[in-house]
Ligand binder design. Structure first.
Ligand code: Q46
Ligand code: ZN
Ligand code: ZN
Length: 305
């Protein structure tokens, strides 16, 4: 098959909109879509300093690559979770990706910072639950401590659709009130602005973009991801997408139009400053300081020696 726009052989068949594209024209299509997402949802502007959280995987690697190519002012952060060999390899990939891009990379290692890696803490709390809490806290405070304007993550359309689907299945209206391509800054900037430039691109498109542009990434899944229910929801959505192309994007856009219904149900929790670290918390001590039993705050300020 030929590319829709030139004489070259097609490298990908898109299902929605339906067309065949060569690597160059697919790259153009992908970058135009990221640009449109940034403009449509007012994610970031060229004068802002953006921190991209790079895990070593494809989504965040592509996010950093495209933002840099579009001329945004970015630096990267890798959080080494301390999950054995998996984390060591992830860090290697993150380093290589940033070196190739010529972008500064900061690394926070959970084990060095908190004494134990993810999966090594004896707790009844599920591993992914305290892992998520730890990652969110670290990148939020890192952005705050270093005066970045926003943090960009690699969430793609499949992640968003499955998250909304899963939360609808469980009627988690509190979560459904807060999801979206941009989460504005709150609490005097202590809850930082979060943006998702790949919001309207499917996982398949992200993989294809990485391939077309020679972006290397860690393919291995985290050992704790095995059996995660989000994978099941993704599979169901993929089956539906195959039968009816456009299902995922229409589902997510429909959700954004109806989000106000969930916002109306949102129970506003009064936030206050955590007694230990001063960051926003619903209780006296925030869940991060409580979980890791901290007595003094962690400081992420980048030292410029
Ligand atoms: S939450 Fe769970 Fe992930 Fe953390 S422990 Fe691994 S699978 S990395 S996105
Ligand atoms: Zn072409
Ligand atoms: Zn705290």
């Amino acid at each position: 098959m030929r590319c829709k726009f030139c004489e070259r052989n097609a490298f990908i068949k898109l299902h929605y909109p339906r067309m065949y594209l060569c690597p160059e024209h697919f790259t153009e299509y992908f970058e135009r879509k990221v640009k449109r997402t940034i403009e449509r949802y007012k994610l970031i502007s060229p004068d802002e300093r953006i921190l991209v959280v790079v895990s070593g995987g494809k989504d965040s690697a592509v996010t950093a690559y495209v933002l840099k190519k579009l001329g945004y002012d970015i630096e990267c952060l890798h959080i080494n979770l301390g999950i054995g060999d998996y984390s060591e390899k992830s860090e290697e990939y993150a380093k290589r990706q940033c070196e190739k891009l010529g972008v500064p990379l900061h690394i926070v290692r959970v084990k060095e910072l908190l004494g134990k890696g993810i999966g090594e803490v004896r707790t009844r709390r599920p591993t992914c639950s305290y892992c998520g809490l730890t990652k969110r806290y670290i990148f939020n405070k890192f952005v705050y401590d270093n005066g970045f304007d926003a943090v960009a993550t690699g969430h793609n359309l499949d992640d968003e659709a499955s998250f909304i689907f899963a939360n609808l299945m469980n009627w988690n209206t509190q979560y459904l009130a807060k999801q979206g391509p941009v989460t504005p800054s709150e609490f005097n900037g202590k809850l930082v602005k979060k943006v998702k430039p790949l919001y309207e691109l499917t996982e398949r498109e992200v993989v294809a973009y990485a391939l077309a542009n020679g972006i290397e990434y860690h393919i291995e899944e985290c050992p704790h991801a095995v059996g995660a229910t989000t994978i099941e929801y993704k599979e169901i959505l993929n089956e539906m997408e195959e039968k009816r192309p456009g299902t995922k994007i229409n589902f997510v856009k429909g959700y954004l139009r109806k989000k106000h219904l969930f916002e109306a149900e949102l129970e506003k929790t009064e936030l206050r400053e955590c007694k230990v670290c001063g960051m926003p918390s619903s209780g006296e001590v925030c869940s991060f300081c409580r979980f890791w039993r901290l007595e003094k705050p962690v400081d992420f300020r980048i030292r410029k020696d």
